[in-house]
Design a protein around this ligand. Structure first.
Ligand code: NAD
Length: 363
């Protein structure tokens, strides 16, 4: 089914409010999730809601938290997210970092112990809106590993995302590279399972470390309560040892330097998701002449885009373009929500005391 972004936001925020979030928090989280769907990242959109409901019930996610400043020294800001909704504590920590960066030109902000931060591109967009450049390295803990290291055959770390953001100009939209360091995010396997689709070559390994096309090898992580899941497999890192190296640096920057810890087995894992984020924020005004910077951004991106496409149907894009194109399309036509995901959202709402009829009425 196709659901309009505004309806979906209303439904998600009503469920979140039933889960104890303030009106403001439920709007922030719902907005983040729906924007992820609009950008085409259904893996990080409203489909996460049932998991959040489960985490609320298990007291592994706490509503209405504010990031707590643990240390600050010059341009360094270290926050603890207190297991709050990552979308909310992440936004607040970024706001404080952006404010400081206006004076200092450079801020190193870390946020540890935050529940799922969602689509990391949202924080890149926040810095772009403030005219700033940002880099984010994120690791995932409190969760069993999902991705095999290069040359390995079982999972040793998570889909550790990296985001790099550069403001745009009048002629060129912002450049936003926002990616998992695995070939695909776990949520993409969830979407394929829910739609009963197979995966392209090279994205997952089976339990023996052999290449597979079956998203079901990841089902044991997503639906551990089901008894007929195939044996557990693993996702593959992007770009072989290069992506594996980047994922390891998400552990080292995001996990170690934030004080949050890595996914090494000595640290506790409760089938939840904790994200630790390392963010470098740069105010380009303090470095270069802005009209010159804009000229260079326009020239280099247009130089890339003018490369004759190998397939005439597929022109060269700039990171951030696929999400912008998807957003345009989904704002017009609505957001596709598959049956399984819709059912899981309804069940999540019911668990918190919002009936199916009440939810359906909001659509
Ligand atoms: P993806 O592979 O769809 O896109 C990755 C990047 O590549 C994007 O910046 C996109 O604009 C760019 N891109 C795509 N096609 C392109 C093309 N043809 N030319 C130029 N650039 C192109 O994204 P993904 O790796 O599947 O990640 C999905 C989302 O999952 C991200 O938003 C990420 O932040 C999120 N994520 C979050 C967590 C977490 O723990 N919170 C973990 C993993 C991933």
């Amino acid at each position: 089914m196709l659901v309009q972004a505004e309806s979906l936001k209303r439904i998600v925020s009503a469920i979140l409010e039933k889960g104890g979030s303030s009106n403001n928090e439920s709007q922030v989280v719902a907005d983040h999730l729906v924007r992820a769907n609009l950008a085409g990242h259904d893996s990080h959109g409203v489909g996460m809601l049932p998991f959040y409901v489960k985490m609320l019930k298990s007291e592994l996610l706490f509503p209405n938290q504010e990031p707590q400043m643990e240390k600050t020294n010059g341009s360094i800001m270290m926050f603890d997210g207190k297991r709050g909704y990552g979308q909310a504590v992440g936004k607040m920590a970024m706001e404080q970092a952006i404010e400081k960066c206006r004076e200092t030109g450079l801020v190193l902000m870390t946020l540890r112990n935050s529940h799922h931060l969602g689509r990391i591109g949202t924080y890149g967009e926040q810095s772009i809106e403030a005219g700033m450049v940002s880099m984010h390295f994120v690791n995932v803990t409190d969760h069993f590993p999902l991705v095999a290291p290069y040359r390995g055959s079982d999972a040793r770390f998570s889909t550790n995302p990296i985001c790099l953001a550069m403001p745009g100009t009048k002629k060129q939209s912002p450049v936003l590279l926002d990616m998992a360091t695995s070939r695909i995010a776990l949520g993409k396997a969830r979407v394929a399972i829910n739609k009963n689709e197979t995966l392209e070559d090279g994205l997952v390994l089976d339990h023996k470390g052999q290449p597979s096309n079956n998203p079901g090898v990841m089902a044991g992580y997503l639906y551990p309560e089901k008894e007929d899941n195939p044996p557990l497999g693993a996702l593959t890192p992007l770009g072989e040892y290069k992506g594996y190296g980047l994922a390891l640096f998400c552990e080292l920057f995001g996990g170690v330097l934030s004080g949050g810890g890595t996914i090494q087995p000595g640290n506790i894992r409760r089938d939840s998701i904790i994200n630790n984020m390392f963010t470098l924020l740069i105010n380009p005004v303090k470095l270069v002449d802005i009209p010159w910077m804009q000229h260079e951004i326009e020239e280099i991106t247009s130089f890339c885009k003018k490369s004759p496409p190998a397939d005439p149907e597929e022109p060269v894009l700039i990171a951030g373009d696929p999400e912008r194109l998807k957003e345009q399309e989904r704002k017009e036509n609505g957001i596709p929500v598959d049956k399984t995901t819709w059912e899981q959202i309804l069940e999540g709402g019911e668990t918190l005391g919002l009936s199916r009829i009440e939810i359906e009425k909001m659509n």
